[in-house]
Design a protein around this ligand. Structure first.
Ligand SMILES: Nc1ncnc2c1ncn2[C@@H]1O[C@H](COP(=O)(O)OP(=O)(O)OP(=O)(O)O)[C@@H](O)[C@H]1O
Ligand SMILES: [Mg+2]
Length: 309
């Protein structure tokens, strides 16, 4: 089983409006409500691609219940612990005229020591049934920056593959525990390494630094410019296909899920990158994070060229 960890999940609410005008009243043309959070997106995408997946983290209050209710229909096993407070509500307003998205993201409930202890117990039990653990997204208030590093250490000591997709201090600390696979986007990698990542060459150089730090496999995603990946077999660039664009929110999460699916099938790095890039693009063709047509992924895969760097 793939275990995904989402410490700070969200009830994602999306409003589609004709045109967003500050100070005006808006009546949405469409309303969407989804279980959000990066690990949940990864699990949703992995299930769509045929991988049994569970999700854990912290859920709280009424919003937490609404998130929880959406897991079973998505065939995601619910491993969340219930904590006091209220799971955050994240509102995205999509402007149909300009295609822009304006977001209002709550911080999430404050996690206390009792909740952290409860989580530790649950995480340990879930690890028993997992081959891979993916640690995804930001940390809610109260969770220390070294949280992911601790979980990586526990999983590694049991021989479980560890995947890290976060940013800032949690990424910096997490890297110290040397996860097996990291997937920053260009901004996240650039912030971490303190160097610009604008070209494929920059990304390849950044990948090399991650490998030097002991990470076995790294992929840096570059949005509509594709992705660069590296492991001990070398570095590869997968382009992104031309698509009819809707929203790329969650494309990185879907990329990650698809990459893992191929990895577990024994595919080499270039094939994993090709399939993952197709899946990230398929996600960008529809509204909703971690939502895509599986036949689109297959069609796009054959159109993506992968080159050795
Ligand atoms: N506009 C696009 N056109 C085609 N492919 C895209 C587009 N945007 C993203 N992709 C594909 O999805 C992959 C991941 O996207 P991106 O780099 O935006 O991830 P991210 O910033 O981590 O996203 P998130 O964290 O919101 O999930 C890219 O490497 C690319 O293959
Ligand atoms: Mg991302």
């Amino acid at each position: 089983m793939l275990l995904t960890v989402t410490p700070n999940p969200a009830l994602d609410k999306t409003y589609l409006v004709d045109r967003l005008i500050i100070g005006r009243v808006h009546r949405p043309l469409e309303i969407g409500e989804h279980a959000g959070g990066k690990g949940i997106n990864v699990a949703r995408a992995a299930v769509s691609l045929g991988l049994q997946s569970s999700a854990t983290g912290f859920l709280a209050g009424h919003n937490g219940d609404l998130v929880r209710n959406r897991l079973e229909p998505a065939r995601i096993e619910d491993g969340f612990v219930t904590v006091p407070g209220q799971t955050r509500l994240c509102i995205a307003i999509v402007d149909r005229d300009t295609g822009t998205q304006t977001e209002i993201n709550e911080p999430g409930p404050t996690i206390d020591q009792a909740a952290l202890d409860l989580f530790q117990e649950r995480f340990s039990a879930l690890l028993e049934r997992s081959h891979t653990v993916a640690l995804c997204g930001s940390l809610p208030p109260g969770v220390p920056d070294g949280f992911y590093a601790g979980l990586i250490g526990q999983a590694k000591s049991r021989g479980i593959r560890t995947v890290l997709d976060t940013s800032g201090e949690p990424l910096r600390h997490g890297l110290d525990a040397v996860p097996d696979f990291v997937k920053p986007n260009a901004t996240e990698a650039s912030d971490l390494l303190g160097r610009e990542i604008e070209t494929v060459g920059d990304a390849a150089e950044a990948c090399r630094i991650f490998l030097e730090r002991g990470v076995k496999t790294v992929a840096i995603t570059l949005g509509r410019c594709g992705a660069v990946g590296a492991d001990e077999t070398g570095a590869w660039y997968a382009e992104a296909p031309e698509i009819q664009f809707a929203s790329a929110v969650g494309s990185g999460d879907v990329f990650l899920a698809a990459f893992l699916v191929k990895w577990l099938q024994g595919a080499d790095l270039s094939e994993r990158l090709q399939f993952a890039s197709a899946a990230g693009a398929a996600n960008a063709m529809v509204y909703g994070a971690g939502v895509f047509e599986t036949h689109t992924v297959q069609n796009l895969t054959s159109r993506i060229s992968v080159t050795r760097l």
